[in-house]
Design a protein around this ligand. Structure first.
Ligand code: GLU
Length: 416
């Protein structure tokens, strides 16, 4: 079955537009990305050969501010995925009420197969190729799946070189020494922790009684695991590309994170601890826990497995992990879902703080960043939760009612 994530976006937007009572013309423009750029990126590989990689940068909307969103390095990247991811960024920034539109970039590459030098050359050439359409007030990239602060440092340097400028605000999620923000690396996980805690509170569940399963141990999954563990929850299952690990007594999250970070190529398959049971990725998704956090890729909870989900609630760490069909099944089963555009918005919220600090040339302490993030997450969560209650819809629809309205209002105020 071929699955186009952009269809997922359109279905969600149509649904929200209908509830808001919009006529077709009022939201027509939101259905199309403003700009889609495809680039071919030649790289000299370590063995002297030349490989040409395909990359994309899509700007879905700049109605509320410059486009904003990460760059993904993954072998399954394609234009429709980048389009969907860019639209989700528009609605994510609008839900959090930060002054950005949405964008996303991606390169079709498996970064684990490239040396550090090859990755650097790929990143630098990509920065050069998309430089004409990005900039601190045009479109601001950041890390996503398969990219990190180190790559953002190379990206920044190449952009500054080709534009003969010093503009730290052209990219966020960069190293601290280049103008990165304290707290940015943990921000997505911290936002997920806040959203999970708020949802548990609404259901009168003490965090110390909650068990959690997390799919994906990249930046988002591992930081969420660490922070939720510190907050008192029991992380009983985690997974990565190599499969899953389950421990009914709670996994030793700091030992797992330390092992995975130890060297490139380490996966859960090589980790062991007392009481650990190996499970499949499917088993992880279907495990009987209080909270399931899909923090990997799109389309993980779909029509095939939604019915088998046993978690009491879901907090979406990944972008687009639940299909439209699965959403309906979960709603019928009464499983609340904190949607991606709210749950994982902590990353882009602190990206915004980073950009503000770059523009001011004045840097904040970590406590200040974390407190400002908490306040943003608290108001965004409650606005979405209350909207969902008021209209008797899912939290996803609630988030789209709020964000679509903000985007359409800005579009209207501008005119065509
Ligand atoms: N890639 C992250 C996301 O999907 C962060 C984007 C950003 O900070 O611009 O939200």
């Amino acid at each position: 079955m071929s699955y186009n994530p952009y269809d997922n976006v359109l279905a969600t937007v149509e649904n929200a537009a209908k509830i808001l009572g919009y006529a077709k013309d009022e939201y027509e423009v939101v259905k199309y990305p403003e700009r889609e750029l495809k680039v071919n990126i030649p790289v000299k590989m370590d063995d002297g050969s030349i490989r040409v990689f395909e990359g994309f940068r899509v700007q879905h909307s700049t109605a509320r501010g410059p486009a904003k969103g990460g760059i993904r390095f993954h072998q399954n990247v394609n234009k429709d995925e980048v389009k969907a991811l860019s639209a989700w960024m528009t609605f994510k920034c609008a839900t959090a009420d930060i002054p950005y539109g949405g964008g996303k970039g991606g390169i079709i590459v498996n970064p684990s197969e490239l040396s550090s030098g090859e990755l650097e050359r790929l990143t630098r050439r990509f920065a050069k190729e998309i430089a004409p359409i990005i900039g601190p007030d045009k479109d601001i990239p950041a890390p996503d799946v398969g990219t990190n602060a180190e790559l953002m440092g190379w990206f920044l340097d190449s952009y500054n070189t080709v534009t003969s400028s010093h503009s730290p605000a052209v990219v966020t999620g960069k190293p601290l020494c280049l103008g990165g923000s304290k707290g940015r690396n943990e921000a997505t996980g911290r936002g997920i922790m806040f959203n999970t805690m708020y949802l548990l509170e609404k259901h009168n569940i003490d965090i110390h009684d909650a068990t959690i399963a997390i799919q994906g141990m990249g930046n988002v999954g591992s930081q969420s695991a660490r922070l939720l563990h510190e907050a008192g929850a029991k992380i009983v299952a985690v997974s990565d590309v190599s499969g899953g690990a389950f421990n009914p007594n709670g996994l030793n999250i700091s030992a797992i994170c330390a092992y995975l970070a130890e060297k490139k190529g380490n996966t859960l398959a090589g980790y062991n601890e007392e009481g650990l049971v190996r499970i499949s990725n499917e088993e992880l998704l279907e495990s009987d826990v209080t909270v399931l956090i899909p923090a990997a890729l799109e389309n993980q909870i779909n029509a095939d497995n939604a019915d088998k989900i046993r978690a009491k609630m879901i907090v979406e760490g990944a972008n687009g992990p639940t299909t439209v069909e699965a959403d309906e099944i979960l709603e019928k089963k009464g499983i609340p879902v904190v949607p991606d555009i709210l749950a994982n918005s902590g990353g882009v919220v602190v990206s915004y703080f980073e950009w503000v600090q770059n523009k001011q040339g004045y840097y904040w302490e970590e406590d200040e960043v974390n407190e400002k993030l908490r306040a943003k997450m608290y108001s965004a969560f409650n606005a979405v939760y209350d909207m969902a209650k008021e209209k008797n819809v899912s939290m996803r629809t609630g988030a789209y009612l709020i964000s679509l309205k903000r985007v359409v209002e800005a579009e209207k105020a501008r005119g065509i």
